[in-house]
Design a protein around this ligand. Sequence first.
Ligand code: NAP
Ligand code: ZN
Length: 355
Amino acid sequence: MIQARGYAAHSTDTPLVPFSFTRREPGDDDVLIDILYSGICHSDLHQARGDWGNSVYPMVPGHEIVGRVTQVGKNVSKFKTGDYAGVGCMVDSCLHCKACRLNLEQYCEEGATLTYNDKERGSDQLTFGGYSDRIVVKEHFAVKVSDKLDLKAVAPLLCAGITTYSPLRHWKVGPGQKVGVIGLGGLGHMGVKFAHAMGAHVVMITTSADKGRDAKRLGADDVLVSRDADAMAAHAGTFDFLLNTVPVSHDVNPYLALLGLNGTMALVGALTPLDPIPGANLIMGRKSIAGSAIGGMEETQEMMDFCAEHGIVSDVEMVPIQSVNEAYERLIKNDVKYRFVIDMASLAAEQPLAA
Ligand code: NAP
Ligand code: ZN
């Protein structure tokens, strides 16, 4: 076993605290990664606080991981010691079901193994995430990271990046289309950057007029404040595609009214029930509501390469691990531009817990 340490939640309503634990010894297909940076996703907050009713404790959150490979198993071909690597939301899957064979491991029919708040395949050992000093992962579930990019701003690509890139690609967003990104947070700001880079006309749809002013810097052509009924009416029926990153249950009907003929709104945020939708709001205009979860490993590598090619990274605010609970409070208040990233050097500077 490998000794590791990090920060863990021990219940739905207690702060994250320092935590020592073990990880499996790296096997033939594994890489061992020293974690340099770990992004803070709203999903970390949902799971640490038990919002989805599936939380297992102790929980070390974190699924936006960038680090340096320090050991490779004998079957590993993609990495060598010293390379930079990224790990996202999943660390394993069956690799033989229909979804896995289509390189969509996130939809594995047996259930993909999540980076934290899950159990290792075939064992009762809990998985522990990126708010920690090191991680052991099958090389298939790690991606190569270009050293041309600012590494700390790369970490959020592993979740916020791929979760927005994948639906934009799946629904073939590109030139000549009007695309709306709903919610200017960690996911939303990446959605704007990608949709812009893919050549679409991009509208940032936000509840915060203040943040909206910043959206043009990120690549938005226009900003629509969803609380402004007149502005919403002016854009009615004009969008080809909407990417909805709102993290909570909400009324989607005002957004459906924005879609034009054959328009689609893809949900990536709320897992919880939505307000009722009158059938007419979909039937008239042949509109669709769909959903999307992260992206497969091949597409995650494609997204990383797209980012290296286009110079795309996340806008980050760095925090030491000791401030993670404060960062969670600010995330709830929408007070982050646009992703908190933990500098894991702050953990190294902390005295280890007595064994
Ligand atoms: P975030 O940084 O907190 O951003 C969410 C944004 O949504 C906020 O900044 C805010 O933007 C807007 N918003 C918040 N409450 C709202 C409300 N009541 N009505 C309308 N807009 C509201 O969160 P994130 O990290 O981007 O994550 C977003 C969601 O995606 C979370 O639920 C997370 O769990 C989920 N997620 C899903 C996947 C997946 O695979 N599908 C992957 C990662 C995360 P404005 O201030 O601009 O309105
Ligand atoms: Zn996430």
